[in-house]
Design a protein around this ligand. Structure first.
Ligand code: ADP
Ligand code: MG
Length: 318
């Protein structure tokens, strides 16, 4: 069996060009360009909590990096570097090779350099740290939403949650629809380019990991505002549209989580800019409501009646 050092040398040691020093020493060295700042974030995926123990390694490699890049996108940062801390039950080279394939393909696609990490033995768990660059003082936070701002969301919501419900046996998807939803769950696309473009336009942003309502509530809380959302306008797959009223589907769309779409606010005067960014990035962006003074999130139907909010987003220790 390969030792820790052999695994690192074979699968995680690659030449770097941007970093001053990559994998192989006690720490990596990076340069921060003049007038720029670094956004730094980390996320852990634990077997049994975030994924099944027998999950396919390649999509897992992709997802462990994707969820982190999604956080950078929500800050408007340009991804630059990644660190990977892997805890493995055993030295399974086939597993590590496939995991590395999924991880490094996304890293290459997003121009991210793997500059370090840690490899140890224990219950399967993956911690990824990413660093992204921003113009000084310009980060997109959760705190800037203002009364009158539109609330926007990228892509469509609920598909990953529908896949989870299918896997749990709570509903049945089949054929290409099932494949599509499973891909959305296992290999989410971080909205990196969109995030970078939103720097000039959005007043606040977050990526949807816990569910639309829960994550919009985070923006409201940090901004000291309230949000009104029209359920009819919340985007979902055309095939899901006619089923949106079903409680299981409504819950998936409003509270499903794992969407990794961007949720942001922008002044109404910037609607044209948002449309241009949508065209330039080929990502659909939909206005779903607005920011008003107050607290909390209100979701209404086409007749202005309050839509009962499903259970809250996922919370550990609850
Ligand atoms: P140390 O004991 O000094 O922390 P390690 O043996 O843990 O050194 O790591 C050796 C080098 O390999 C370091 O540069 C570390 O960042 C890198 N490294 C270890 N595991 C990984 C991994 N899974 N992915 C990328 N780099 C890794
Ligand atoms: Mg170490």
């Amino acid at each position: 069996v390969a030792t820790e050092f052999e695994l690192i040398a074979r699968y995680f040691t690659r030449p770097v060009s941007r970093a001053v020093l990559g994998v192989g020493d006690d720490a990596a060295i990076i340069e921060v360009p003049n007038g720029r700042q670094l956004a730094v974030t980390t996320d852990t995926l634990v077997a049994g909590t975030h994924f099944f123990h027998d999950a396919e390694p390649e999509p897992l490699g992709h997802k462990s990096l994707a969820v982190n890049l999604s956080d950078l996108a929500a800050m408007g940062a340009q991804p630059r570097y990644a660190l990977l801390a892997l805890t493995l039950p055993a030295s399974d080279e086939r597993w590590v090779a496939q995991f590395a394939d999924g991880f490094l393909r996304l890293a290459d696609g997003c121009d991210v350099e793997l500059i370090g990490g840690d490899t140890s033995q224990g219950p399967l768990s993956i911690t990824v740290t990413v660093l992204g660059e921003l113009p000084k003082g310009r980060a997109l936070t959760r705190a800037g939403a203002r009364p009158g701002d539109d609330v926007w969301v990228s892509g469509v919501l609920g598909e990953a949650a529908l896949a989870v419900r299918h896997l749990k046996g709570e509903l049945r998807l089949k054929g290409p629809d099932l494949d599509h939803c499973l891909r959305r769950l296992h290999q989410p696309t971080p909205r990196v380019k969109l995030g970078e473009r939103l720097l000039d336009v959005a007043t606040a942003a977050i990526d949807i990991s816990d569910g639309l309502v829960a994550d919009l509530a985070h923006i409201c809380e940090r901004s000291g505002m309230s949000a009104e959302v029209e359920f009819e306008r919340v985007p979902c797959h055309p095939k899901v549209m006619p089923l949106k009223g079903l409680p299981a589907v409504r819950d998936a769309v409003l509270a499903g989580g794992d969407d990794y779409e961007l949720l942001f606010t922008a002044p109404t005067a910037r609607r044209r800019d948002v449309a241009e960014i949508s065209a330039a990035t080929s990502v659909g962006i939909t206005s779903i409501g607005r920011i008003v003074a107050g607290t909390g999130v209100r979701v209404t139907d086409g007749l202005g009646r309050k839509v009962e909010l499903p259970s809250k987003g996922y919370e550990h220790f609850r």
